[in-house]
Design a protein around this ligand. Structure first.
Ligand SMILES: [Fe+2]
Ligand SMILES: [Fe+2]
Length: 259
């Protein structure tokens, strides 16, 4: 497979073609660090889905949803492997330790059913939708085929993971009231956008190079996220009876601060 466009340099026929091999070292390192960061996020997500699958089973959730959560956990582990491979491709040699426990993000004072609802909505309806929108945006530009193949593979699964969230929210809304989610939307959104690796200040040319190699610059990422909130997340929550005013206010504050 031809990895061009990369940097326009002819390939050494004796070496396997590597995306990013002729990029400036600092940019290549940023790309490598992004893939390392993604690996850690995927490993966390794998643990979270495994824990959620157990909790969903405990709550007598329909087996199809439990099975989707189990499959999502396996998908995320596979994604982590792909991200690690990409990080190594861009020159990262040492990987951070594999996490053993996924931090629970739901408030501890909620009951199990509410905590699971909180986590599924935060992880699937918000984070996976954000991830889907970000990956779609990255795939809209041309880049090395090997990078695009990995991004497409991950995107296919993230779409399924976000669907799990919407299916569970609809199931929970049929069984009872889900309006308790409303005041928690700002903290879910905050958790979803931070921490982020990249500060502002990259030149347009550097941003374009990063984008071609699968990295969405910070400002663009926030823009894509806010668009997905307005197009997908807020309407989806409202259809299930969740008042999104606190979430919309969070967006307005973020826009105002420009962060
Ligand atoms: Fe993933
Ligand atoms: Fe996912």
């Amino acid at each position: 497979m031809n990895d061009a466009p990369d940097d326009g340099c002819p390939a050494d026929p004796g070496l396997p073609r590597r995306p990013g091999r002729t990029m400036p070292a600092a940019l290549r390192q940023l790309v490598a660090e992004t893939w390392v960061f993604r690996r850690q996020e995927e490993l966390d997500a794998s643990l979270r889905f495994a824990r959620l699958a157990g909790a969903l089973e405990q709550l007598a959730t329909p087996e199809t949803l439990v099975e989707l959560a189990r499959r999502a956990s396996e998908d995320e582990r596979r994604h982590a492997g792909m991200c690690e491979l990409m990080a190594r491709t861009y020159g990262q040699e040492v990987m951070p330790p594999v996490p053993l426990v996924a931090r629970e993000t739901a408030p501890r004072d909620l009951g199990l059913r509410e905590r699971v609802l909180y986590e599924v909505v935060a992880a699937c309806c918000i984070s996976e939708t954000e991830s889907t929108a970000g990956l779609t945006s990255v795939l809209a530009v041309d880049g090395p085929p090997r990078v695009r193949a990995v991004l497409r593979d991950i995107l296919r699964d993230e779409v399924a993971h976000s669907r799990l969230g919407w299916a569970y929210l609809a199931h929970a809304a049929e069984a009872g009231d889900v309006s308790l989610l409303s005041p928690y939307l700002p903290e879910m959104l905050e958790e979803s956008v931070s921490p982020r690796l990249f500060a502002k200040g990259l030149s347009d040319a550097d941003s374009a190079t990063l984008l071609a190699h699968g990295v969405l610059p910070h400002a663009r990422k926030l823009e894509v996220f806010i668009q997905a909130l307005h197009d997908v997340v807020f309407p989806g929550l409202e259809r299930c009876g969740v008042d999104t005013t606190p979430g919309r206010q969070w967006v307005a504050r973020r826009r105002q601060s420009g962060a």
